[in-house]
Design a binder for this molecule. Structure first.
Ligand SMILES: CC(C)(COP(=O)(O)OP(=O)(O)OC[C@H]1O[C@@H](n2cnc3c(N)ncnc32)[C@H](O)[C@@H]1OP(=O)(O)O)[C@@H](O)C(=O)NCCC(=O)NCCS
Length: 215
């Protein structure tokens, strides 16, 4: 069972974007260990979107930072000083956490540019990379972008003068080994590879369709 919604939680003050109830036939993963086979259910989890000023903003954002530092600095050996940048206060941070423990295990960050959005800092803790949490985070970010782009296109001050856009673009600077992951979500390479923080990267771009009417 999987529910997705995007609304301010009355008690918490931040947006809960999705929750997976975990144990169902569709999200049982098969794991083989030598000759034995066992089933590993996806742990119950939720994704919350965090913006500056939300309740618990600093605490939740710090949990995102901790996941990023664990993955990008300790595991992948990127310099610690490169991890936090000048986008942290204005970005939307997404935190994937287990339920009911609220243990943080994954994160992704959304940055706004004038004519596109930027997906950044996608990370899932190593021990949790078998549950499709990376996919859940990318899809939660996409839903959030489409909703925000829809609302921007239909604001009274924009509809009178501007052409309503059909698509919104999302950019990602992908490490080379993860290009195939982004391709699963519609991202296509653009331009040449380039160096970022000492590692080769590729610009990947997705065009997300904005739903302007009921299907
Ligand atoms: C990249 C990352 C977030 C993926 O998260 P994950 O939870 O392991 O991925 P998922 O289980 O959601 O994978 C979804 C699909 O992508 C595939 N996939 C996962 N990693 C992939 C990779 N590196 N290349 C190609 N496909 C990949 C999975 O096999 C799965 O395919 P399926 O749906 O056909 O079965 C995770 O590996 C990670 O945190 N890596 C370290 C940090 C990092 O490199 N971030 C990217 C920075 S650009």
């Amino acid at each position: 069972m999987r529910e997705v919604w995007a609304q301010k939680d009355q008690d918490c003050g931040y947006e809960r974007l999705g929750q997976s109830a975990g144990i169902s036939s569709s999200n049982l993963k098969t794991q083989t260990n030598n000759s034995t086979m066992s089933y590993c259910p996806t742990p119950l989890h939720e994704i919350v979107a965090i913006n500056s000023g939300d309740a618990h903003w600093e605490h939740l954002r710090q949990q995102c930072f901790d996941v990023r530092i664990d993955v990008f600095h300790h595991e992948q050996k990127f310099p610690l000083e490169a991890e936090l940048d000048d986008q942290e206060d204005t970005a939307t941070h997404f935190l994937l956490r287990l339920l009911p423990s609220l243990t943080p295990v994954g994160t992704i960050r959304l940055i706004r540019r004038k004519s596109y959005y930027k997906l950044t800092r996608l990370a899932v803790l190593k021990d949790y990379r078998k549950f499709k949490f990376g996919r859940d985070l990318v899809l939660a970010l996409h839903d959030y972008v489409k909703k925000e782009a829809f609302e921007a296109a239909h604001r009274p001050d924009t509809t009178s003068s501007a052409i309503i856009p059909e698509y919104v673009k999302v950019h990602s600077h992908s490490q080379l080994y993860v290009k195939g992951f982004y391709a699963k979500f519609g991202y296509e390479p653009e331009g040449e590879e380039f160096d970022e923080d000492g590692e080769p990267h590729q610009l990947m771009v997705a065009k997300l369709k904005i739903q302007h009417s009921c299907p």
